[in-house]
Design a protein around this ligand. Structure first.
Ligand code: PEP
Ligand code: MN
Length: 350
């Protein structure tokens, strides 16, 4: 159930409602919008009678939320959630570009890629240190050494770092080094992991499972939100279909559908979405035209020699082309691409 407070509800009236919720054995989640405060009542709703709540002072109305996810829904939070990471804002007017290699391979590789993607206009560096590989014999990532190299690249370039965390016990370690925690497609329904990232103070980039519905993605986000971490961005990265000409089928429909159903930012990953580098730029343009708030792009200095996902990785030159083209599409749909912030520029000048 959602309780919508009147625009002029006093802090005291709000705390009375919160107290009543707790006393009734439910949990309250507050969303303070520009106009009014909305309170989510979390728990088994079957025994809740909206009329009992409508009479409380300051309450405008109560609504049952029919969707199985609540905190992630637009009903609960009408305005778009804007996630602030360092000086970068994700989910606002500007499009945030995250780029880097699939895996961190060496100091030279990550530093060279970081410099190149920054030069082209990325504001966040991606790179896997813990890799969820389909085969146990494939490269599994450099582990903590990879995290240290990402931190070094951040130090040098000022780029923020997004990297994957694969299990609950890794969360403290990855959160120590990363600015954004990535949950990979294969772990979208790893509930202990979702709960664990719900309890840390770092934004989460949650990737859609390769055979998951949009509703399942939103329910996975709900696990994180319901633990108190509201800084969740959703990532469309392609789903598995009967089509074999591409690695996955980038579900462009998911972008406007998610923007309608949820207030959370939506990021597009056309690299995994199509799986072939020559198609990444057009799919990225399409994702921005469809309303995505950001892009996650795989870039490698020498894709032919990449230890993972070389076939879908762009060279730095092609990545620069992608950014230039995406800027034009962003402009056409009334948005712009986030430029490196003052802090990031200062890091390079220093
Ligand atoms: C990745 O980002 O490199 C990755 C492993 O992605 P996904 O979880 O979407 O397959
Ligand atoms: Mn990859």
């Amino acid at each position: 159930m959602i309780i919508v407070m009147k625009p002029n509800a006093t802090p005291n009236q709000i705390s009375q409602v919160l107290q009543r919720i707790e006393e009734s054995g439910f949990r309250a989640h507050i969303s303070r919008g520009e106009e009014r405060t909305i309170i989510g009542v979390i728990g088994d709703e079957r025994h809740l009678d909206p009329d009992q709540w409508n009479v409380l002072e300051g309450v405008e109305r109560t609504m049952r939320v029919l969707r199985p996810y609540k905190l992630a829904s637009r009903e609960f939070h009408q305005e778009n959630t804007v996630i602030e990471v360092g000086d970068v804002r994700i989910g606002g007017d500007q499009i945030a570009i995250m780029a880097g290699p699939c895996s961190v391979e060496s100091r030279e590789q990550i530093l060279e890629t970081a410099r190149a993607v920054k030069e082209a206009g990325a504001v966040i560096l991606r790179g896997g240190a813990f890799k969820p590989r389909t085969s146990p014999y494939s490269f599994q990532g450099l582990g903590e050494e990879g995290l240290k190299l990402l931190a070094e690249a951040r130090e040098e370039t000022g780029l923020l770092v997004v990297t994957e965390v694969m299990s609950p016990d890794q969360v403290p370690l990855v959160a120590h080094y990363a600015d954004i925690l990535q949950i990979g497609a294969r772990n979208m329904q790893n509930y202990p992991l979702l709960r664990a990232v719900g309890e840390v103070d770092k934004p989460v980039l949650l990737k859609r499972g390769m055979s998951s519905t949009i509703e399942e993605l939103l329910l996975a986000a709900e696990y994180i939100l319901s633990r108190g971490n509201y800084n969740v961005m959703l990532c469309e990265r392609g789903i598995r279909t009967f089509e074999r000409a591409t690695r996955n089928t980038f579900d462009i429909n998911a972008i406007p559908v998610l923007k309608e159903l949820t207030h959370l930012p939506v990021i597009a990953d056309p690299s995994h979405g199509v799986g072939l580098w020559q198609h990444v730029i057009p799919v990225a343009r399409g994702a921005i035209a469809a309303g995505a708030d950001g892009l996650l792009i795989e870039v490698h200095p020498d894709p032919a020699k990449a230890w993972s996902d070389g076939a879908q990785s762009l060279t730095p030159e092609n990545f620069a082309r992608l950014v230039a083209e995406v800027r034009r599409v962003a402009e056409a749909v009334g948005r712009s691409v986030a430029e490196p912030t003052d802090a990031q520029t200062a890091t390079v000048a220093a």
